[in-house]
Design a protein around this ligand. Structure first.
Ligand code: HDD
Length: 725
């Protein structure tokens, strides 16, 4: 550490540092790479290429402490990956409340709209190992560490508002079931295997979460385009000690969008880092991802008014029953400097709360309160992980916990106990009265029992609500996902058990899922006869909830969307210009994709710069595709299998496609013609945009294309099954 860095590290961040307080603290630990190479003891290294030998061709000497130090450090570079959520990507940013929430909570970071609280946010997949692909079907983690002036507050949530199980006692079983099977360690990052479905088909409480996991929520287009949820019911406590139950939501500015399943699988091979790259690039380009924090609040005395148990993590509170109030915004504006030091070493814990926020008795949450600190001790090598730069609170922290592996704090003085008269009592006081954390004094009802509450017994009403709330295309995707996963099972009896359970959600859904699986018709009665089955239906009048759908969410913009402009020799470059300008001024990024790097020659012999090739940036890397005019260009593109596949695949994945003039030939195998009807989300400009007569016509084409992209995907596009891509 340089003296400047050391001074920064020792400086206590102040509230007035606002969102920079964490950045300034981290700066104290950050190193640039320009200094001369030394050993870890500071000894200048004379030669970093050759070990010390007995003669130039002789054996290496044990004495070579420089070699040994280097190799030894390398040998110990890896730490255990997280037991779940091993693969993740993170970013720094800030949170700002819209108006004081003092009526409900005394949490300091929720009082002052002028205050920006620094945050570090990590997104993750659950089942895959650290090097697995981003776009697998899975739940996504959404963890936020708020570095508040009252200590760190961690909101450790997911992108799905409910969970598979109701009690933490079942968590190790769930994770063992979904992880690669223990005998042969397959499959990687996938739930489509026997052990997972064996387990969940025996646990009907998982049905609601399975509906979400089989929906497009589990294959997000981007971390920037997914919701986050605290899942459990928590409590807000105000300065008078009054409690409101609270559910937390993160609502993305860009809407909630998914990939096509075929696309997600292909991306996993072509760019395993798809979501990581997307997050990184957006922040590098200044397109800072943004979410609003929403809360649903239920007064303490209304705990039992909803018809289901607030403590049951397999239930959500429909927004129609309790509206989500948006109370602040989260902005991610800085990429980490070092993946390991920050993204890997960050340690979240739902038990990291601040005054004004407290727990409920949700048995899943209660188990989590034990698990997270415990796991960091083995993952990060000891009890002092809170001293790692990324985990340090920005407010002062001190107590009489001492020593342990990798301790960094040098605690001065004679005493390491409390109460004492020998130390400085005023600095180490116990602060219950003035702002110290006070647990909500909830009155409890003994006796001690190892049992599930009967109020947790309805396993299907909300699964049905979720399914009923989906658009027709989203329902189709859910059916297809169940079919895909269950088709991968080797044991037909597990498939059967699962569709029998689904019959309790919706008969038709179960029948459709079962159809291609080579099993019998779904048998609701058989499911009801199995151990563990409960179906105590709650009184619910809500048939559907619009908030549970993904379609038509977002701000209607095409900001940060990626558009491919497909070129070959002979395309008409002039026809591209007005559309490209319109796309870019709407905030999209255009890339010219061609048969080779360098340039292609336009119809008028102009050189068009190519950004990427069809092979390295296939259609699955884009949100939409633009095919320019030009007779020779259209022939060249149509005769190139990769280019043709590019357009057909984009069409099959329901993306917006715009063809200009002769470019429509690439859609001829689909029966699309310049003067005929066009499928949803396809824009066909009959002649080159420059020849349309006046500029209004060109603008109109561009606007139609922008509107088609803004819809994200045209999931109801007819005939995609027949497209050979
Ligand atoms: Fe968990 C990590 C979210 C239930 C035990 N969990 C972890 C992470 C997220 C969640 C986002 C990654 C944190 C990071 O980025 O470092 N977990 C959830 C949610 C749950 C949930 C939303 C239910 C609503 N988890 C849960 C239970 C247990 C755990 C019931 C155990 C009793 N979770 C862990 C863990 C992990 C973890 C083993 C692995 C790495 C870590 O904690 O730091 O302790």
């Amino acid at each position: 550490m340089t003296p400047r860095n050391r001074a920064a590290a020792n400086r206590r961040p102040k509230a007035s540092d606002g969102p920079n307080s964490k950045q300034q603290q981290l700066a104290g630990f950050t190193q640039e790479g320009a200094a001369p190479l030394t050993t870890n003891q500071g000894l200048h290294i004379p030669d970093n290429h050759n070990s010390l030998k007995a003669g130039v061709r002789g054996p290496t000497l044990l004495e070579d402490f420089i070699l040994r130090e280097k190799i030894t450090h390398f040998d110990h570079e890896r730490i255990p990956e997280r037991a779940v959520h091993a693969r993740g990507s993170a970013a720094h940013g800030y949170f700002q409340v819209y108006k004081s929430m003092s009526q409900f909570t005394c949490a300091d970071f929720l009082q002052d709209p002028a205050q920006k609280t620094p945050v570090f946010v990590r997104f993750s997949t659950v089942a895959g190992e650290r090097g697995s692909a981003d776009t697998v079907r899975d739940v996504r983690g959404f963890s936020v560490k708020f570095y508040t002036q009252q200590g760190n507050y961690d909101l450790v949530g997911n992108n799905i508002p409910v969970f598979f199980i109701q009690d933490a006692m079942k968590f190790p079983d769930l994770v063992h079931a979904v992880k690669p099977e223990p005998h042969h360690a397959m499959p990687q990052a996938a739930s489509a295997h026997d052990t997972f479905w064996d387990f969940v088909s025996l646990m009907p409480e998982s049905t609601h979460m399975l509906m979400w996991a089989m929906s497009d929520r589990a294959i997000p287009r981007s971390y920037r385009m997914m919701e986050g949820f605290g899942v459990h019911t928590f409590r807000f406590i105000n300065s008078r000690g009054e409690s409101h139950f609270v559910k937390f939501h993160w609502k993305p500015k860009l809407g909630i969008h998914g990939l096509a399943w075929d696309e997600a699988q292909k991306i996993a091979g072509k760019d395993a880092d798809f979501h990581r790259r997307d997050l990184w690039e957006a922040i590098e380009n200044g397109d800072f991802p943004e979410w609003e924090l929403g809360v649903q609040m239920i007064p303490q005395d209304k705990e039992h008014s909803l018809g289901f148990d607030l403590l049951d993590p397999t239930k959500l509170i429909p927004e129609e029953l309790v509206p989500v109030q948006k109370i602040g915004r989260l902005v991610l504006d800085r990429n980490p400097d070092n993946f390991f030091a920050e993204t890997e070493q960050v340690a979240f814990h739902p038990g990291h709360v601040v005054p004004g926020i407290d727990f409920s008795n949700d048995p899943l949450l209660q188990g989590r309160l034990f698990s997270y600190t415990d796991t960091q001790i083995s993952r990060l090598g000891g009890a002092n992980f809170h001293e790692l730069p990324i985990n340090r609170a920005v407010c002062p922290f001190h107590n009489f916990q001492r020593d342990g592996m990798h301790r960094q704090t040098i605690a001065r003085g004679q005493v390491a106990y409390e109460p004492n008269t020998l130390g400085n009592g005023s600095e180490y006081r116990v602060d219950g009265e003035s702002g110290g954390f006070q647990s909500f004094p909830e009155e409890l009802e003994p006796p001690k029992v190892r049992r599930r509450s009967a109020s947790f017994d309805d396993h299907f009403t909300q699964a049905r609500l979720f399914f009923n709330s989906q658009s027709a295309a989203e329902k189709d995707h859910i059916v297809a996902a169940f079919r895909f996963e269950l088709s991968k099972l080797e044991v037909p009896a597990i498939r059967q058990r699962m569709v029998d359970n689904l019959a309790h959600v919706d008969e038709k859904l179960a029948r459709r899922v079962a159809e291609p699986l080579g099993i019998g018709v779904p048998d609701a009665k058989a499911a009801a006869g199995r151990p563990g089955f409960r179906d105590h239906r709650m009184a619910s009048t809500l048939e559907e909830s619009a908030a549970l759908r993904m379609v038509d969410t977002g701000d209607g913009s095409i900001k940060t969307r990626k558009i491919a402009i497909l070129v070959a020799d002979g395309v008409d470059s002039a026809s591209l210009k007005p559309i490209r300008e319109a796309l870019e001024s709407a905030g999209a990024t255009c890339k010219v994709v061609g048969p080779r790097l360098g340039t292609v020659a336009s119809a008028s012999k102009r050189q068009i710069d190519v950004d990427a090739t069809y092979a390295t940036m296939p259609s699955i890397m884009f949100d939409a595709v633009l095919v320019p005019a030009g007779k020779d260009g259209a022939i060249a593109l149509s005769q190139n299998g990769e280019a043709l596949h590019f357009v057909l695949e984009a069409f099959k994945h329901c993306k917006a496609v715009c063809t200009v003039g002769e470019g429509v030939q690439l859609l001829s195998s689909l029966g699309v013609k310049a003067d005929g009807p066009v499928p949803a989300g396809v824009v066909v400009a009959p002649t080159p945009v420059t020849n349309l007569g006046d500029n209004t016509a060109a603008i109109e084409i561009a606007q139609r294309f922008v509107a088609a992209i803004a819809k994200h995907r045209h999931w109801d596009r007819a005939g995609i099954e027949a497209v050979p891509a």
